[in-house]
Design a protein around this ligand. Structure first.
Ligand code: SF4
Ligand code: SF4
Length: 412
């Protein structure tokens, strides 16, 4: 697709970059059936190809109004379209650019802008969010169902810190909402890795990964958060840690992208590249043989439906690993449908687009439960909380399930 950058983009590196991004799209439409929003609304402008046209208009200085923004806002940034695209279009970068341009050309009403900043600021501050989650848990009976359903039912112990007793060490990014909503995920990770001979170390001073601000077109705050994490993690890598690990696939995807996002920052580019190169999803540092080594047997555990978050399958392109690990840990994988489609969580999407988000979740749960599983397993806190709100079966991070079987006397 040809775009002629105009206005502030004309003859600039940003304009040329935009042009190169769009040029790969050959309008074939293979991405349309892969797009969850297009499948719900049937509107071409809610499809990847339609949104690329809208971004082309923005690049060329064409008209921009509320309708343009609404179609861009409805995109989940799930990147299922990238997986489906035979021409290698980097749609995620195109939508980020489109949102930035839309924010510049058509600023949101003040109330909307403040609300969005408040959401990203509260969710992105671990201590503040954890404190609010605790207060919310106490006040649970008084809160509206929609809000209370998202809060943990009670306090869950995050578990005592384990002694650093192994030569292998990995840096665990704890995330910003996860410690407040489900501290048991990081606690389970530390226990399982310890059992397998790996010590988890904390990245003290860790900031939000920056994904929340980045996807709202606020690249300044997002890059500041990225720089802080690069500084913290690079120092720990210098001390001998072998990898940076995230148990939330959305955060892991963002950290893997630091090298590209900070490539033009001379003070930080090399360290950012190093941190990105060392970042792994939790499933990438484990092997199925690790579980047989500690006595877990195949085919002996509960039946599980696996929900691969978009940030894991389409963003990080990590596929098949969690399934292999769950099977090696004894779980039996159930048949599902719609595996490539987003559950509707998508960061702050479930708060900002509640109707579409709920419909996507309804379809997702239908597809996940066709085999009547005992659990749904996922790899991202956002998906876990969103699905758990209405799922008829418990939804867990996969490492919590592995932790459960390792804790059983027979698995000890
Ligand atoms: S599949 Fe790729 S090339 Fe074809 S319309 Fe979609 S984004 Fe463009
Ligand atoms: S990122 Fe997801 S919602 Fe957005 S256009 Fe692509 S497939 Fe559709």
């Amino acid at each position: 697709m040809y775009a002629r950058p105009a206005g502030a983009l004309e003859n600039t590196p940003r304009g040329r970059d935009a042009q190169a991004l769009l040029q790969r799209c050959v309008h074939c439409g293979f991405c349309l059936p892969a797009c969850p929003t297009y499948r719900v609304t049937g509107n071409e402008l809610d499809s990847p190809r339609g949104r690329i046209y809208l971004v082309k208009q923005l690049i060329e200085g064409g008209p921009v109004g509320e309708a343009t923004r609404a179609h861009l806002d409805r995109c989940l940034t799930c990147r299922a379209c990238e997986t489906a695209c035979p021409s290698g279009v980097e749609y995620g970068r195109i939508i980020d650019l489109g949102r930035e341009l839309a924010e510049e050309r058509l600023p949101r009403p003040a109330v909307d802008r403040v609300a969005r900043i408040a959401i990203t600021e509260v969710l992105g501050r671990q201590r503040l969010f954890s404190a609010l989650a605790r207060i919310g848990t106490w006040l649970r009976p008084l809160l509206p169902t929609r809000l209370s359903a998202r809060l943990p039912a009670g306090h869950t112990a995050s578990g005592a810190r384990l002694p650093a007793r192994h030569a292998r060490r990995v840096i665990l990014l704890e995330g910003c909402v996860q410690p407040g909503l489900a501290p048991e995920i990081n606690a389970a990770t530390a226990r399982v890795l310890d059992r397998l001979g790996i010590t988890v170390i904390r990245a003290r001073g860790e900031a939000c990964c920056g994904a929340l601000a980045h996807h709202h077109g606020r690249s300044g705050p997002a890059l500041d958060q990225a720089r802080r994490n690069v500084h913290v993690c690079a120092a720990l890598l210098d001390e001998g840690a072998e990898a940076v690990v995230s148990t939330a696939s959305a955060c892991g995807l963002m950290v893997k992208d630091y090298g590209r996002l900070l490539a033009d920052d001379p003070a930080c580019a090399a360290a950012a590249r190093r941190v990105s190169d060392a970042t792994r999803d939790l499933s990438e540092i484990l092997q199925p043989s690790d579980f047989s080594r500690v006595g877990l047997a195949r085919g002996t555990g509960p039946r599980v439906a696996w929900q691969s978050p978009c940030t894991l399958q389409h963003g990080q392109r990590v596929t098949g690993r969690v399934e292999a690990l769950l099977e090696a840990a004894g779980f039996r994988l159930e048949l599902t449908s719609g595996a490539t489609l987003c559950c509707g969580s998508a960061g702050t999407y479930s708060m900002l687009q509640p109707e579409l988000s709920s419909e996507l979740r309804r379809r997702k749960i239908e597809g996940l439960t066709i085999g009547s599983p005992e659990y749904v397993a996922t790899a991202n806190i956002g998906c876990r909380m969103h699905l758990a709100e209405t799922s008829p079966v418990p939804v867990r991070h996969w490492i919590e399930l592995v932790d459960q079987v390792l804790l059983r006397p027979s698995g000890a």
